[in-house]
Design a protein around this ligand. Sequence first.
Ligand code: ADP
Ligand code: MG
Length: 140
Amino acid sequence: MERTLSIIKPDGVKKNFIGEIIKRFESNNLRPVAMKMMHMSKREAEGFYAVHSERPFFKDLTDFMSSGPCLVMVLEGDNAIKANRDLMGATNPADAAPGTIRADFADSIDNNIAHGSDAPDTAAFEIGYFFNGLELCDRV
Ligand code: ADP
Ligand code: MG
């Protein structure tokens, strides 16, 4: 059993894809154990994406992530990190396999609908960035 952080980014919320995306998670044995709507400040987005602070797209990325509300979730399941990334598809929706979340819903690499942790250490950091232990609900 593994946990991963998922974010439906501001474009996914704005386009009313919350239900469609959560349905895909639940249909593929990824269960939400925590979730909240939040509108990140610029500083909060910069902290979340600190690993990318030297990248040329950092300013646009953090402007976008702080441009509107997101749905931030912790998903639990077998191999949850990889399972979530497989469901999302490639970072650039133009390269994402048909039937993936990004292929079906995203417009561009800048506006690519969803975030998913990429490894156990980043998942632990990202979950702790948004949630405390009391907010993670064991599913039975
Ligand atoms: P992922 O979200 O698939 O884990 P990365 O961690 O590499 O991808 O990048 C974080 C986010 O930054 C991406 O989801 C995307 O929105 C944005 N991004 C990544 N690479 C680029 C790029 N070359 N140009 C513009 N935006 C990018
Ligand atoms: Mg990433």
